[in-house]
Ligand binder design. Structure first.
Ligand SMILES: Cc1cc2nc3c(=O)[nH]c(=O)nc-3n(C[C@H](O)[C@H](O)[C@H](O)COP(=O)(O)OP(=O)(O)OC[C@H]3O[C@@H](n4cnc5c(N)ncnc54)[C@H](O)[C@@H]3O)c2cc1C
Length: 398
């Protein structure tokens, strides 16, 4: 089997890349080790930045999103029970779109299969070979048969636990890894949202986030210890804790309802560099993880592949690898900007076990300034709605 780009992983990074390449006349094969039903139902992120939606729209991928997604022109921050609003539209002229990652994935899969382009689900034993040559290959088993997919470039879009990053010799990679002293208990509930915007709540008992996925479904998060056992969290306990941490004395009503899904996700900041080894290129969670407080993971994955598509197009048209050479450094500016923003949001809003009264007062002072100063609120808003895709600071040497 032969194609121009072998894409490992049918998450947001791999699927968006396949569409960006197709728009440039470049063939690809997407390989996914899970079933189509599994990836279409996997509940994860839900906030799309302004540039993410613009990119999808430019490629004709927003037909259902434009009908069903929720547009949020601001966000609310509750400090110990009192709400404050950050008005994105006023501060930046931009906004965010709330649409579940699984809905994005469904739309991207349907649009690709409609063109007859391949996505192979439930592939097994995926391996990359000959990556330091100009003819790398992905080897895998499909429907019981071994397959060798020869290509020009392999895009490792297989997430944090995939096989692509571990295929690169550790001596070639610089790794930054930080685990945070808390996790998020995430809940999807069949309960109508009662506000039009997300509420980020800083509370002495720990952080809580009120968000939504549709007019019928709320998405709720609670900060919990990193080793928390989900079995300890009955639905009743979840609603009681949310009632305590969310600003329910401030005219806000928390409607409860059946819990459809709940899970605990650890909090991590992780970056590897470079995001390329020979003709194997990493994108999205395969190369970096951010704590979800800034709602950036999926958006950063899509920003990576917008750079990668241009680099691959240049290689395919000219045979020149210079844009592929610059790929990692081009992405790095955004990766670290997003790391910093995600860490800043996390550090302002969570309760840290090691913090003493002094540190808690500093945290409170910073958050209060953000909600009261137009300049500080603008910095939050500008990052939250998303900085323009492409190289952030073109004048800075790679
Ligand atoms: C549990 C969880 C909850 C999250 N919640 C939020 C949130 O609330 N807000 C937020 O902003 N971000 C959230 N994120 C982050 C966000 O979902 C990710 O940043 C985003 O999915 C990155 O997209 P990706 O395409 O790079 O990776 P992924 O979405 O992980 O896609 C990788 C794909 O590769 C496939 N794959 C893996 N190994 C192989 C293999 N060997 N062969 C073939 N295919 C393979 C996987 O099945 C998957 O489909 C969450 C992440 C997780 C894990």
């Amino acid at each position: 089997m032969r194609t121009q780009v072998g894409i490992v992983g049918a998450g947001p990074a791999g699927l968006v890349l396949s569409h960006l390449l197709a728009a440039r006349g470049i063939e690809s094969v997407v390989l996914e080790d899970r079933s189509r039903a599994y990836v279409e139902q996997r509940v994860r992120a839900g906030v799309l930045e302004h540039p993410t939606v613009e990119l999808l729209r430019q490629h004709g991928l927003t037909e259902r999103l434009d009908r069903e997604a929720l547009v949020h022109r601001g966000v609310q921050i509750a400090i110990d029970g009192r709400r404050h609003r950050i008005d994105f539209a006023d501060l930046t002229g931009k906004w965010i779109t709330v649409y579940g990652q699984q809905e994005v994935v469904k739309d991207l899969i349907a649009a690709r299969l409609a063109t007859g382009a391949p996505i192979l689900f439930e592939v097994e034993d995926v391996r990359v070979a000959d990556v330091v040559t100009a003819r790398p290959a992905v080897e895998f088993v499909h429907e019981g048969e071994p397959v060798r997919l020869a290509c020009d470039v392999i895009a490792g879009c297989d997430g944090f636990h995939g096989i692509c990053r571990p295929s690169i010799p550790p001596s070639e990679l610089q790794v930054h890894d930080r685990e945070h002293p808390f996790a998020w208990l995430g809940v999807l509930a069949k309960a109508a949202p009662t506000t039009e915007e997300l509420i980020y709540s800083r509370h002495e008992r720990g952080f809580a986030l009120y968000s939504m996925r549709s007019p019928e479904v709320t998405r709720l998060y609670l900060q919990v210890p990193p080793d928390e056992d989900i079995a300890e969290w009955s639905d009743d306990r979840i609603w009681t804790e949310l009632t305590m941490r969310l600003p329910t004395t401030d005219g806000f009503e928390l409607l409860d309802g059946p819990v459809i899904e709940k899970s605990i996700t650890g909090m991590r900041s992780f970056v590897v560099a470079p995001m390329r080894y020979g003709r194997l290129v990493l994108a999205g969670d395969a190369a970096h993880i951010v704590p979800p407080t800034g709602a950036k993971g999926m958006n950063l994955a899509i920003a990576d592949v917008s750079v990668l598509a241009d680099a691959v197009e240049h290689l395919e048209r000219t045979g020149d690898e210079s844009k592929l050479d610059a790929y990692s450094a081009t992405c790095a500016q955004r990766v670290w900007r997003v790391q910093q923003f995600s860490w800043w949001m996390t550090s302002m809003l969570h309760r840290f076990p090691e913090h003493d009264g002094f540190q808690r007062q500093l945290q409170h002072a910073e958050l209060s300034f953000v909600v009261h100063s137009r300049a500080a609120a603008t910095a939050l808003a500008e990052n939250y709605v998303g900085l323009p895709f492409g190289r952030l600071y073109p004048e800075e040497a790679p």
